[in-house]
Write a new protein. Structure first.
Ligand SMILES: [Zn+2]
Length: 908
């Protein structure tokens, strides 16, 4: 599964929360079936399932027959397995009726009692059952959609991770219980069906056909897949593997880009992992709506169609998302599917690994996307979340499997994990790292593994004690800031003194946390980076000459911050433009975070901005634009706003003047994205030239929908929508209603939510909840409310509270996580925080107290940050330009729009 959620800032109430004691750091034991956590007894193993289902989509029911070959390791008179919303009948054990069958939906368990204990060895349990088709993406669910011709369609698809296979068929629904699955499904004759394995045969009936799929290799139940409906596909091969992209009929042609991507990625992974993809086929299934993101079911990956299909309305960003999400899901085919984590504690291993490998593959195949620089943004998101006192370790104990869904904390589970793996790879070297990965997969194929298994494999491959280094990053929360001070000898030679402490955006660390930190040290602007382990405080290092710039996080590869003291920072600032782009990005990120935490003055950051140089690196300038946007947003409504907006415009205007409106031949996607970022911000901050040109372009767009390229539509429509009067708003609404597909629909309706006029905003809310949004785009409504909250806090809060269940339904089972994280993130300005906290608390299960604390820490930090930044910015700008009076600036898109863009990627 993949979530790309990037909560924008975190921080907060240290004293109120109390401080966690230092976590014991120890390398866990390797995977063992006997000791892996779980609820089901371990003395009975499922070996082979034969399952036949007949779903009735209209009645929302499933009729099934199931036969499971079991292996008893000990004699037993009871058989316990998972079930939910099923009624079992005709239950036979080795062909004979059983004594008793008790199913508990509360427990999600069925217990079968036998007349006498069954002996050690193989047995067969068989039954028929009546189950339920779900209306939300948990289990087998029905997904309505509107076809391009306007007709209603319906398909069935599955989403099982973490604990929802049991909703389609009774089973041993824990990741360590691997078995073979032989699935068949009876469907209307006009339908097609896709599962993990190819169809072995299709038995044609009068109105209904039965599709029998081949027997799967040994795998966990949560990876079983079924999609059925009026589907069509396109196919190709990669080596011996048949690749197909499936979509609702008529849309399959838009899978051409994904199909070509899959060919390339599969070939690369066969080589990288040194184990050929083990199934005969790999399907990519585009589901219209249902869930946001993608799921790595073995041999049949399902995607929300917005993350797989490329239409003429798609943007360059969409193309990048498609490739990178495919690369993530396909990495899971090895790491997740061939080798599965033993228990949900180690879900990070699946997700971080897939994210790291997916990013590396994207970087390999698209070097001009500068993908690791793009990933710096999600790493920063992880570091903001992880700089809270209430943050949690990558490895989290999961005692209740039904809470497993809540450990998919995207910033930590996906993004921090990815960054930590990348840092380790850089330290060990790519060859040793790959060798370790190959060893792990080979040793645990068709089985399970945990973190200790990975560290052991990497240790053997690299001849280093990787577990000792890794434990400090995965078993305790947070990350360090490395302080770098210099001493100069009489001959000008420099000695660095290095120390560390936990980095927090707010509050004090009482845990005495300590990390073993893999630094990448570059002495002088053109030097080669050298790995160095920082293990103890006060470690010293001979580091060239005192007038040379340097970096101890060269290439921004590390997951830590660096605080260069006054004996070093001025030298770096003077020669900042000469540093490689990664080094500059790391320093901008760190200095900004130090400013946010109150450790360094705003002037130290703006000093770097002024010295950043002329090459318009996208990530560096996006970082700067985001920082300016954060201050501008915080300044809204304050006396200093106009002055700061003028400063921000002046800072970005030279970048815009170089980039202009028109893309140039040979530009990277990054340069084009930077152009849109700068235009969007200048528009939001009231640059009159940009506003006038955006309006001119929109007027042309109303007459000719091809006059603005898909890439530029969001930014131009948002600028126009912000200051729209009733007539312009009506024009925008007409554009939205004429969207030719869901990609355009999402773009145009999101733009409508930017409107500043309160009466028009009230109309926008009504539109957001109207039937104009088709069922496959149901998940959009939540993002529309969040988009509205940027300018209309009270209106958006009321809409959110009044429609909470409907807004979250398409995002289940992540609803509780969303409530805990997003309510404080989006509505910290809407209601007093104590009221907000009680509201959130009343909607969460007790187990999520820590999630509530994290969310509220973010809200408290946002309030404190606003005070800190406003004061700092007012002083800074006044000192620069006494007596300056800025022309009127208007509120803009700011961080909320960035946030929404970042979370719409959904779950992978
Ligand atoms: Zn994933």
């Amino acid at each position: 599964m993949r979530k790309s959620i990037d909560l924008s800032v975190a921080l907060g109430a240290v004293l109120m929360l109390g401080l966690a004691p230092a976590a014991p750091i120890h390398a866990a034991a390797p995977f063992s079936f006997a000791t892996v956590p779980g609820r089901l007894p371990k003395h009975i193993l499922p070996v082979d399932y034969t399952i036949a289902i007949t779903p009735d989509a209209a009645a929302r029911t499933i009729d099934g027959t199931e036969s499971v070959t079991l292996y008893f390791k000990e004699p037993s008179a009871t058989v316990v397995f998972n079930s939910l919303n099923q009624k079992l009948s005709s239950v036979l054990f080795d062909g004979k009726p059983v004594e008793r069958v008790v199913s508990s939906d509360d427990q999600q368990l069925t217990t079968v009692t036998l007349g006498a204990p069954a002996r050690v060895g193989r047995h067969t349990l068989a039954f028929t059952y009546r189950g339920k088709i779900e209306t939300i993406p948990q289990g087998l669910f029905a997904q309505p959609y509107v076809r391009p011709d306007g007709a209603q369609g319906l398909l069935l698809s599955t989403q099982f991770e973490s604990t929802d296979a049991r909703r389609m068929f009774p089973c041993w629904d824990e990741p360590a219980f691997r078995a073979h699955f032989s699935l068949s499904v009876t469907i209307p004759s006009a339908w097609k069906a896709v599962s993990n394995m190819p169809a072995a045969r299709r038995i044609v009936g009068t109105h209904m056909d039965t599709v029998e799929f081949a027997r799967s290799p040994s795998m966990p139940a949560y990876l079983v897949h079924l999609t059925a409906g009026d589907l069509a596909s396109i196919s190709a091969t990669s080596g011996k593997t048949q690749l197909s992209v499936w979509a609702v009929r008529g849309q399959e042609g838009y899978g051409a880009v994904a199909l070509a991507n899959a060919q390339q990625i599969l070939a690369d992974y066969n080589e990288y992992f040194a184990i050929p993809y083990p199934l005969d086929k790999l399907d990519s299934v585009a589901v219209p709506g249902g869930f946001t993101g993608a799921m790595e079911d073995w041999g049949a990956i399902s995607y929300n169609d917005q993350t797989l299909l490329v239409t003429p309305s798609s943007t360059a960003d969409d193309l990048q998302n498609v490739f990178s999400i495919q690369a993530h899901e396909m990495a899971h085919q090895w790491h997740g599917d061939l080798v599965t984590m033993g228990w949900w504690d180690d879900i990070w291993l699946n997700e971080s690994f897939a994210s790291w490998r997916g990013a590396a593959e994207t970087d390999l195949r698209h070097p001009n996307w500068h993908w690791w620089e793009v990933q710096d943004e999600s790493k920063e998101g992880a570091m903001r979340a992880d700089a809270r006192v209430s943050s949690h370790p990558i490895e989290q104990q999961v005692t209740d499997e039904l809470q497993a869904v809540n450990v998919f904390d995207p910033e930590i589970t996906y993004d921090k994990g990815q960054a930590v793996l990348r840092m380790l790879e850089a330290y060990l070297g790519p060859d040793a790292f790959r060798e370790g990965v190959r060893r792990l997969l080979k040793a645990h194929a068709y089985s399970n593994a945990n973190s200790a298994d990975l560290w052991n494999a990497l240790s053997v491959a690299s001849n280093r004690d990787v577990g000792a280094i890794a434990a400090s990053w995965t078993e305790q929360p947070g990350f360090p800031v490395v302080t770098v001070a210099a001493q100069c000898a009489a001959d000008g030679s420099r000695t660095l003194s290095l120390s560390q402490r936990r980095f927090l955006l707010q509050g004090q660390d009482a845990s005495s946390a300590h990390w073993i930190i893999p630094l990448q040290v570059r002495i002088s602007a053109r030097g080669t980076a050298q790995p160095l382990l920082l293990e103890r405080d006060g470690q010293t290092l001979a580091a060239g000459h005192c007038n040379e710039p340097l970096s101890v996080n060269a290439g921004a590869v590390g997951y830590f911050r660096v605080q260069y003291e006054d004996t070093v920072l001025p030298v770096i600032t003077r020669q900042f433009s000469e540093l490689p782009s990664g080094d500059r990005i790391a320093l901008l990120d760190d200095q900004w975070a130090l400013v946010q935490s109150g450790a360094k003055p705003l002037a130290s950051y703006f000093g770097l901005v002024a010295a950043v140089g002329d090459d318009l690196n996208e990530r560096a300038w996006t970082q700067i634009a985001d920082a300016l946007g954060t201050i501008e947003f915080d300044e809204r409504g304050s006396a200093g706003h106009a002055m700061f907006a003028a400063y921000a415009r002046a800072a970005l205007r030279p970048v815009f003047d170089k980039l202009g409106w028109q893309p140039k031949a040979g530009e990277t996607p990054g340069a084009q994205r930077l152009r849109r970022t700068v235009i969007g911000d200048l528009g939001a901050w009231g640059d009159q030239d940009v506003l006038a040109e955006a309006r001119r372009r929109f007027a042309a767009f109303v007459k000719d929908r091809n006059s603005i390229a898909p890439d530029d539509q969001s930014v131009i429509l948002s600028i126009v929508a912000r200051d729209a009067d009733a007539a312009t708003f009506a024009q925008l609404h007409t554009v939205a209603k004429s969207a030719r597909n869901e990609t355009e629909l999402r773009r145009y309706y999101t733009a409508l939510m930017q409107v500043r006029d309160p009466q028009l905003a009230a109309t926008a809310v009504k539109i957001a909840f109207s039937p104009e949004i088709p069922p496959q785009a149901e998940s959009l409504r939540l993002w529309l409310v969040f988009a509205l909250s940027e300018t209309h806090q009270q209106l958006a809060w009321k809409a959110y509270v009044d429609h909470l269940d409907a807004l979250l339904a398409p995002h289940q089972p992540n609803g509780p996580l969303y409530i805990a994280q997003y309510s404080p993130q989006m509505f910290w300005r809407s209601v007093p925080l104590d009221q907000l906290e009680s509201w959130v608390k009343s909607r969460l299960p007790e187990e999520m107290t820590a999630d509530l604390a994290r969310g509220m820490e973010t809200a408290r930090f946002k309030l404190a940050e606003r005070t800190l930044l406003n004061r700092a910015a007012d002083q800074y700008v006044a000192a620069l330009n006494p007596g300056n009076s800025a022309r009127g600036a208007s509120p803009g898109t700011g961080p909320t729009a960035d946030f929404i863009r970042s979370i719409q990627g959904g779950h992978k």
